[in-house]
Design a binder for this molecule. Structure first.
Ligand SMILES: C[S@@+](CC[C@H](N)C(=O)[O-])C[C@H]1O[C@@H](n2cnc3c(N)ncnc32)[C@H](O)[C@@H]1O
Length: 391
């Protein structure tokens, strides 16, 4: 499938074939089993799956609203692995020891800030970034905890996700501190230029000379193909020359993709629809490289992250595969010094957080880069959420 061309004068066409998954092993469907079908129907109901007609009646943002209303703030666990993978944004102490304990944001009790887009002078000496499709803040808060100099503009088009994010203690704490470091609001990252919900942040980015960094963490896979291009265009618009774009998303060949393939939950052009109506896409390295054209971005890193996650109790091994990339906005040397790879961490099991207070940890379970637990339609079979020690 050919993606639309970026309508910026300096952008190269995106020859992106996002069909994906052609190299996947194909499993033949087994004959229908009425008892299994009945069991699956009742599981689907419990897990919030929608019929096709129900899905069609909802916009994508409403489907995500429904998803978050049902799953709550803790479905996506905090992405502490960013300390290891985004060393560019980390202070020296965290670079040296990415697994060190980073305390949650606390209030210093100095007063309550008004929760509006910050003024330019408020951010003058800070490293300012945008988390697009931030959900409930599972990437934003780990970044903020690890680096006191970071300010995160966090946006999602699910109003329910932003409501949950704002209900977190850490959000409230930073609003009652002398220096707030996060502002969250509802917007569509793929909205056309001139969209009113972006006006204030675009003006802020312009006043700052552009944002220092921008993250797409499991977000572009949730968009339709044309929206992906619009989101990338917005990223290019907001970043300063040399600014860092961080991408992590599902990789072609991920177990979840194979399951969705088996169930025929794809449009045949690389977009999958989970039972709850949210979209998914599984990227090859080439597709990600093509999505960020050289006219706009210099490639810094593009690779697979793979992990076999074993649930010993159930005897299930999940082959998870993600794609991770970093790009620098063209036009100047990168804002951040290149950094050597982080010390390797154990690939399985929960890596221990060094220095964490024993009893007051806000993070339960693995901090080893457990990545995105959104198995969606995987969950009914493997029960991975309940028993993998993710949460
Ligand atoms: C898989 S979740 C990831 C959430 C978060 N980045 C994280 O790492 O936990 C995908 C998110 O993208 C958001 N999203 C999907 N389409 C969007 C759009 N057009 N604009 C903004 N957010 C969007 C969804 O509401 C959802 O919160």
């Amino acid at each position: 499938m050919q993606l639309p061309v970026l309508p910026t004068g300096d952008a190269a066409p995106l020859p992106v074939d996002l069909t994906g998954g052609s190299d996947l092993p194909h499993k033949h469907a087994s004959p229908p089993n009425p008892r299994k079908q009945k069991r699956d129907r009742s599981r689907s109901k419990r897990r919030g799956k929608l019929t096709q007609a129900q899905r069609d009646a909802l916009g994508l943002d409403e489907r995500w609203d429904r998803f978050y209303a049902q799953k709550g703030v803790r479905f996506y666990k905090d992405r502490h692995w960013l300390r290891r993978e985004l060393l560019e944004l980390m202070p020296p102490a965290v670079r040296d020891d990415p697994m060190r304990w980073c305390a949650p944001l606390a209030s210093d009790g100095t007063g309550v800030a008004v929760d509006v887009v910050p003024a330019t002078n408020e951010l003058a000496r800070m490293t300012v970034g945008l988390e697009a499709g931030c959900g409930c803040g599972s990437a934003a808060f780990p970044l903020l905890r690890a680096n006191d100099d970071v300010f995160v503009l966090a946006t999602d088009f699910s109003a329910e996700a932003i409501r949950l994010l704002k209900s977190r203690d850490e959000y409230e704490n930073q609003l009652s501190s002398s220096t707030r470091r996060i502002h969250a609001w509802v917007s569509d990252v793929a909205a056309p230029p001139g969209d009113a919900r972006w006006a204030a942040v675009e003006a802020l980015a312009d006043a700052l000379g552009g944002l220092h960094f921008l993250t797409f963490v499991f977000v572009l896979s949730a968009l339709e193909a044309a929206q992906m291009v619009a989101a990338v265009r917005r990223a290019a618009r907001l970043l300063r020359p040399g600014g860092l774009l961080f991408f992590r998303d599902y990789g072609a060949g991920d177990l979840a993709q194979r399951r969705l393939d088996d169930r025929g939950q794809t449009d045949g052009a690389g977009t999958y629809e989970r039972g709850e109506g949210t979209l998914a896409r599984y990227f090859s390295l080439e597709e990600v490289g093509d999505l960020f054209p050289p006219a706009l971005f210099d490639r810094v890193e593009l690779r697979h992250v793979e992990r076999d996650i074993t649930n010993r109790a159930q005897g299930v091994t999940m082959n998870r595969r993600w794609v991770q990339a970093k790009f620098a906005r063209r036009g100047a040397p990168p804002c951040f010094e290149p950094v050597a790879g982080a010390p390797p961490l154990a690939e399985t099991g929960a890596a221990r957080r060094r220095g964490a207070p024993r009893s007051s940890s806000p993070v339960r379970g693995a901090d080893d880069g457990g990545d995105d637990a959104h198995c969606g339609d995987l969950a009914p079979e493997c029960g991975c959420f309940a028993s993998l020690g993710f949460d």
